[in-house]
Design a protein around this ligand. Structure first.
Ligand code: NDP
Length: 371
């Protein structure tokens, strides 16, 4: 990643770029070389699958976070990662030895990137070991588990984050800024969807015991979380409908779900998610003064946006680089958290529970209790 793009990323995040990266305050053509900050957040990745691989690559461009360790059930992966990322033996663990990480002063935080239904168990283990924890979405299988994870982290005195990378992404941040500044006026409607055609019929994502649920859990959560940041409100009721066109492949988990979220202001967000078709990715928020549309809105990008004022011109970034530097900035420099704590994961799980309850009850309106 080039220095100018790095600079723009930092500016968009509000990170103190001059102090941290060694770049001059005004980006010119010959920035000074990167000066490693005195303190970096030392991260261990847990579950070395496809997303951990993407995060590790993205972290090579981080300024504030560094890949320091791994947790894996596959010895061959540990060997490959040790060599590729120069990770010492003493910073490698498997699922049986993970509690020993508490004695390792060289790891600050563990990033849980295992299948969804293992998040609860793994976050409890990391908290018990006294390390901060960043957990991938969905935070858990349900709100009950999410509450237990939050309680365990609070008891252990560790910070608990969720991998909501969109909250660091510049188009998304600009949309939130515009809404907060009143530039869209009073929000009147939201229309979000996120889905894709899933491939391998044998993957864990289609097995309830490991995935917790289907499309709703995996990517519907983007449409739901997006409705919350597009309105700045918390939903008070939910209705939902499920359709299943391939009951063999999607025997255990949901295939396609549409859901509606009712907010205290009276706004309704109409949302959808699927595991069975592509080209289903958009966030559209309409106010009485204007609108903002992101499409694509939630994938790895490039995210594209337009508003009533014209095309959005935010920089294209590697989401995971920005997320990991952002989390490091929150922990190391007490920077404000852009809604990426475990509590945000819990708020979404409460709504996910309500979505499934509404479907079980034939689309009945389910009212949501406060967190
Ligand atoms: P993968 O299947 O590619 O990787 C999961 C890894 O978890 C495995 O490689 C394995 O690593 C470990 N693991 C431990 N126990 C099991 C088990 N019983 N079955 C399978 N794997 C196991 O999944 P992804 O990387 O795609 O997804 C992991 C998590 O990341 C999910 O929660 C997903 O929702 C989230 N994700 C988030 C994305 C985002 O954009 N924020 C994008 C993609 C995924 P090892 O062999 O090292 O133990």
């Amino acid at each position: 990643m080039n220095s100018r793009r790095d600079f723009l990323q930092k500016v968009s995040l509000g990170i103190g770029v001059t102090a941290l990266s060694g770049l001059p305050a005004s980006a010119n053509n010959s920035p000074e070389p990167f000066v490693r900050p005195e303190k970096q957040l030392r991260v261990a990745l847990m579950g070395l699958g496809s997303y951990a691989t993407r995060v590790a690559e993205a972290m090579q461009s981080c300024k504030l976070a560094t890949l320091a360790g791994v947790v894996s059930g596959t010895p061959s992966k540990i060997n490959t990662w040790k060599q590729k990322y120069n990770i010492p033996d003493k910073n490698t663990y498997n699922y049986q030895t993970i509690s020993e990480i508490k004695n390792n002063p060289d790891i600050d935080i563990v990033y849980v990137t295992t299948p969804n239904s293992l998040h609860h168990k793994h976050v409890l283990q990391i908290a018990a070991a006294g390390k901060h924890v960043l957990c991938e979405k969905p935070v858990a299988d349900n709100a009950k588990q999410a509450r237990e994870m939050i309680a365990a982290c609070e008891k252990a005195g560790v910070k608990f984050f969720i991998g909501y990378r969109m909250h660091f992404e510049p188009h998304t941040r600009e949309l939130i800024r515009m809404r907060e500044a009143g530039e869209l006026g009073k929000i009147m409607h939201v229309n979000n969807y996120m889905g894709f055609k899933s491939g391998d019929p044998n993957q864990w994502r289609l097995k309830k015991a490991l995935a917790g649920g289907g499309a709703m859990m995996d990517v519907g959560i983007y449409a739901l979380n997006g409705a919350r940041y597009a309105t700045g409100e918390e939903p008070i009721w939910v209705t939902a409908q499920e359709s299943k066109t391939d009951p063999v492949k999607f025997k255990e988990v949901d295939e396609t779900i549409t859901f509606q979220l009712g907010f205290p202001s009276g706004v309704i967000a109409n949302c959808g998610t699927t595991y069975n078709f592509n080209n289903f990715e958009r966030l559209y928020v309409i106010g009485d003064k204007g609108f903002a549309e992101l499409s694509p809105a939630f994938g790895y990008g490039p995210i594209k946006g337009r508003t009533h004022l014209g095309p959005m011109n935010q920089p294209v970034v590697t989401h995971q680089t920005l997320q990991m530097d952002g989390i490091a900035d929150i922990i190391l420099n007490n920077k404000p958290d852009p809604n990426v704590t475990g509590h945000e994961g819990l708020k979404d799980m409460i709504v996910v529970d309500a979505v499934y309850e509404s479907i079980r009850k034939g689309g009945q309106k389910v009212f949501i209790n406060k967190v």
